[in-house]
Design a protein around this ligand. Structure first.
Ligand code: TRP
Length: 329
């Protein structure tokens, strides 16, 4: 069976964008592939090294949501990056054959630096982010990596590193392919892309009344100042969310109501809230069960870690032997 691997970085809590952009797809992939899903807690240090105390709660939130959203620990290997020390060993070895130019050319390197100007990101680890990511992927000899378009340059580096390693030391790694899934753009409450850094996110951990409140204060078409003003649904981020969470029928109804001023923005939002609740109620229920019983989550992650470690160790035995690190015990 072909192997899929993906992960989420432990910087912040998971939101609706992560759910429809990644998690729901990961759940489907379980049917066809052997899947490895993990929380990249070391990667969180690349931009968040000054606040390592935030990483633990983010890791817990992500693990809980993984399972609440439908990742099945019986079928998928679910674990935490920092528990598998072999990632660090492979990262070190790969760093020896990764030209600086490849890393400096990655668009996210410059973009993130620009976006997070308030932090000093002139760090070795930040530049080397894609090398650690490559170690994460190659150590499991993954064939497919579901990622967003913005991650394709990282994956290209992974493929280049794999090629270079295989050429220098022997065929250790398959070249992983990106699995691009088309998913809708998920706007946040202010209409920009939903992101924790914009403070416009609706989190899976938000209680129902918080979620309701967030939707009720969302921007809509600015032309609709009064209830009687007609609007254009395509100018309202609320309608973008309807496209993801509401039936075609409901979408047509609220769009028509918006154009003719037949309904108010609050009516439109109520339909969305109802549909969001339908998607989230089972997730909330599972979240509660997991949070009430922390030893259950612990068991699941321990078992996943165990499984992942065996695979990582086997790869590292090959890698060490190919490179000649076999001296003594
Ligand atoms: N770069 C990814 C992101 O920002 C995180 C990541 C780290 C990753 N290691 C990975 C993704 C391995 C896929 C596979 O979301």
């Amino acid at each position: 069976m072909q192997r899929v691997l993906s992960e989420m970085q432990a910087s912040g809590k998971l939101h609706l964008g992560n759910l429809v952009g990644a998690l729901q797809n990961w759940v489907k992939l379980q049917e066809e592939y052997e899947c490895f899903y993990f929380v990249a807690d070391w990667h969180a240090l690349t931009t968040g090294y000054a606040h390592p105390e935030d990483i633990k709660s983010s890791t817990e939130d992500i693990l809980v949501n993984f399972i609440a959203a439908g990742l099945d620990p019986e079928r998928s290997t679910i674990f935490v990056q920092s528990k598998i020390l072999e990632h660090a060993e492979l990262h070190l070895l790969l760093s020896m054959v990764t030209p600086l130019g490849w890393l400096e050319r990655v668009p996210t390197y410059k973009e993130k630096k620009e976006e997070l100007k308030d932090r000093d990101l002139s760090m070795y680890g930040f530049l080397g982010y894609p090398v650690l990511q490559s170690a994460d992927i190659l150590i499991y000899r993954a064939n497919h990596v579901p990622v967003g378009v913005d991650q394709l340059p990282h994956l290209e580096i992974t493929r280049e590193i794999a090629r270079r390693f295989n050429h220098l030391y022997g065929e250790a790694f398959p070249e992983p392919e990106g699995l691009l899934t088309k998913f809708p753009k998920v706007p946040g409450t202010d209409g920009r892309k939903m992101s924790k850094s914009y403070e416009n996110a609706i989190y899976l951990s938000d209680p129902p009344d918080t979620m309701e409140q967030k939707v009720k204060t969302m921007k809509t078409d600015p032309a609709r100042m009064r209830r009687t003003d007609k609007g254009d649904p395509e100018k309202s981020p609320v309608f973008e969310l309807h496209k993801i969470f509401s039936s075609a029928e409901e979408q047509a109804e609220v769009a028509e109501g918006c154009r003719t001023a037949g309904i108010g923005c609050i009516d439109c939002k109520k339909v969305l809230i109802k549909n969001l609740f339908t998607v989230l109620e089972p997730i909330w229920e599972k979240r509660k069960a997991l949070i009430d019983n922390p030893s259950l989550l612990q068991k699941v992650v321990d078992a996943g870690t165990e499984r992942a470690r065996l695979v990582a160790q086997e790869t590292m035995r090959d890698v060490r032997s190919m490179m000649g690190f076999e001296w003594g015990q």
